[in-house]
Design a protein around this ligand. Structure first.
Ligand SMILES: C[S@@+](CC[C@H](N)C(=O)[O-])C[C@H]1O[C@@H](n2cnc3c(N)ncnc32)[C@H](O)[C@@H]1O
Ligand code: SF4
Ligand code: SF4
Length: 396
C-alpha cells in the first residue's frame, strides 16, 4: 500500500509551484520533529499545517461521523447554540496576518465549511496572503458554487464520498451521492470553460463495515471525474475501555475532561474482514487510473484485521502534531487535536496566535505527550492526524 507522499511526484510534474509549497510544509514538519521536539520539546518554531474547523453546522448526518453521526457529540440544539459563537471574518483576517510568514498549508473543514457564511472572502484573503488553501467538504454545495470556486483558483478540494450510490447514501444520506457527482461534473465543466487546472479535486473515503465491500465499485465509478487523488482513510474508531483509560489519563496528566472521543465508539469497524479489504484495496491500487490511490494509514495486509478488530493495537506512535500543526475551532479556540478538541490552548479572539501556540498550556501538552508511553495518549490510538504523521510501528 502506498503512503500519503506518493502524491508529490505526480504533482511535481503537473504543478511545480504547488508541489514546492507542499514539500516545504513537509520539510517544516520534519524539522519540528527532528530539531524542535528534541532540543526544546515544550516549544516550536514551525507551523506547517493549520486546520480551521469553521462551523459546527452540517447539512448531513453521516453515521460514523464523530461530530454528527450515531454517537456524534455536536448535533441538534447543542450545535445550533454553538454556531452562535462562530468567529467573524475580521478575526480570521487578523489571524492570517499573524501566521502568513510561516506559509502554512491551510485545511478548512467543519461541520460543513460551505455553511460558514464568509467562506469565499476568507479563502480570498488567505490566498492573497500567500497561503495554500485546501477545503474538505461533503461536496453537496459544489454544483452551486462551481463557477466561483474555479474563478478564485482554490488550490484543492477534498471531497467525501463513501461508496457507490446506494452505499454512500445509506451512510451519508439520501441523494448525497448524486449531488456530489453533479458537483464534480460542474467543477470540471468550469475548469474547462475557464481553462484552469485549479482546484485539484480528490475523493476521501472513510472505510467502515457498511462500505468496504463496495469500494472497488466506487473507484470504478469515479474514474471519469478527473480526480487528482483518492484517499482511503481506514477510519477512526474506539471502544469503551479505551475511552475510560483516556479519560483517566487526561484528567490525571492534563487536568482535562474529555468529551470528543466517545463520538467515535460507533462500532462501524466491527466485522471488517481484513484480508478481503486488503484484496479490494490491492485491486484498486492496481487499477489503471491517472490519479494516485492513497491509504491512510498504509498497513501490511495481515495487520488490517488488527486495525479494526483490536482497537488498542498500536500501529503508529510518537505523535508529532503539536510541534507543527494546530486546529482553530469555530469559536476561536486553538487545539492541537482537530478531532479531539478537549484541551483548548487559548482563543484567537483574545490573544495573538503564537502566544497561544507556544503558551503555558501548549508547553504542558507537548511535554506530557513527549513523555507519554509511545509518544501518544491512550485515546490517540486511531487518531487520523497521527495516522498521517505518526511513526510507523515496526511490523505494521
Ligand atoms: C468531519 S468531516 C468535515 C468536512 C465535511 N463535512 C466532509 O464530510 O467532508 C471530515 C472528514 O472526516 C471523515 N470522517 C467522518 N467520520 C469519520 C471517522 N469515524 N473516522 C475517520 N474519518 C471520518 C469524513 O468523511 C470527512 O472526510
Ligand atoms: S458531512 Fe462531514 S461533518 Fe457532516 S456529518 Fe458527514 S462527515 Fe460529519
Ligand atoms: S495523536 Fe493524540 S495528541 Fe496527536 S493529534 Fe491525535 S489526538 Fe492529538
Amino acid at each position: 500500500m502506498k503512503t500519503n507522499f506518493s502524491i508529490v511526484p505526480k504533482l511535481l510534474k503537473k504543478d511545480p509551484a504547488l508541489a514546492r509549497r507542499i514539500v516545504s510544509a513537509f520539510a517544516a514538519q520534519q524539522k519540528s520533529l527532528l530539531v524542535d521536539r528534541v532540543l526544546h520539546p515544550a516549544t516550536t518554531n514551525e507551523l506547517s499545517l493549520i486546520y480551521f474547523r469553521l462551523t459546527p453546522l452540517c447539512n448531513l448526518r453521516c453515521v460514523m461521523c464523530g461530530q454528527r453521526g450515531d454517537k456524534g457529540v455536536l448535533k441538534g440544539a447543542f450545535a445550533a447554540n454553538e454556531s452562535k459563537k462562530i468567529v467573524p471574518l475580521e478575526d480570521y483576517k487578523r489571524l492570517v496576518d499573524q501566521i502568513k510568514h510561516k506559509k502554512p498549508v491551510v485545511y478548512l473543514w467543519g461541520g460543513e465549511p460551505f455553511l460558514y457564511p464568509d467562506l469565499f472572502p476568507l479563502v480570498d484573503y488567505m490566498m492573497e496572503n500567500g497561503l495554500t488553501v485546501s477545503v474538505n467538504t461533503n461536496g453537496t454545495f459544489l454544483e452551486k458554487y462551481a463557477k466561483e470556486i474555479v474563478e478564485r483558483k482554490w488550490h484543492a478540494l477534498f471531497v467525501s464520498l463513501d461508496g457507490f450510490e446506494e452505499t454512500n447514501d445509506r451512510i451519508r444520506g439520501e441523494g448525497s451521492y448524486r449531488r456530489v457527482i453533479d458537483g464534480f461534473a460542474a467543477i470540471n465543466r468550469e475548469k474547462e470553460r475557464q481553462g484552469s487546472h485549479y482546484p485539484y479535486m480528490g475523493v476521501v473515503s472513510t472505510v467502515n463495515n457498511l462500505n468496504y465491500k463496495d469500494l472497488y465499485r466506487l473507484a470504478e465509478a469515479t474514474r471519469e471525474f478527473k480526480l487528482a487523488w483518492h484517499i482511503y482513510n481506514l477510519g477512526t474508531y474506539t471502544n469503551d475501555a479505551i475511552i475510560a483509560e483516556h479519560r483517566e489519563f487526561m484528567k490525571r496528566e492534563l487536568d482535562t475532561d474529555i468529551a470528543c472521543l466517545p463520538g467515535y465508539a460507533t462500532g462501524y469497524n466491527e466485522g471488517i474482514n481484513g484480508q478481503e479489504l486488503y484484496d479490494i484495496l490491492t485491486r484498486i491500487h492496481a487499477m489503471d487510473t491517472d490519479h494516485p490511490i492513497i491509504t491512510v494509514p498504509a498497513l501490511k495486509p495481515e495487520k488490517i484485521e488488527l486495525y479494526y478488530g483490536k482497537l488498542d493495537e498500536l500501529v503508529r506512535k510518537r505523535c508529532s502534531v503539536p510541534w507543527s500543526q494546530a486546529n482553530v475551532d469555530y469559536n476561536g479556540d486553538v487545539h492541537f487535536c482537530a478531532d479531539y478538541n478537549d484541551y483548548p490552548l487559548g482563543n484567537i479572539r483574545e490573544k495573538p496566535f503564537f502566544e497561544i501556540y507556544n503558551g503555558e498550556r501548549a508547553q504542558r501538552f507537548r511535554l506530557a505527550l513527549k513523555n507519554a508511553k509511545d509518544g501518544i495518549f491512550p485515546g490517540c490510538i486511531r487518531c487520523y492526524q497521527n495516522m498521517l504523521c505518526g511513526q510507523r510501528v515496526k511490523g505494521f
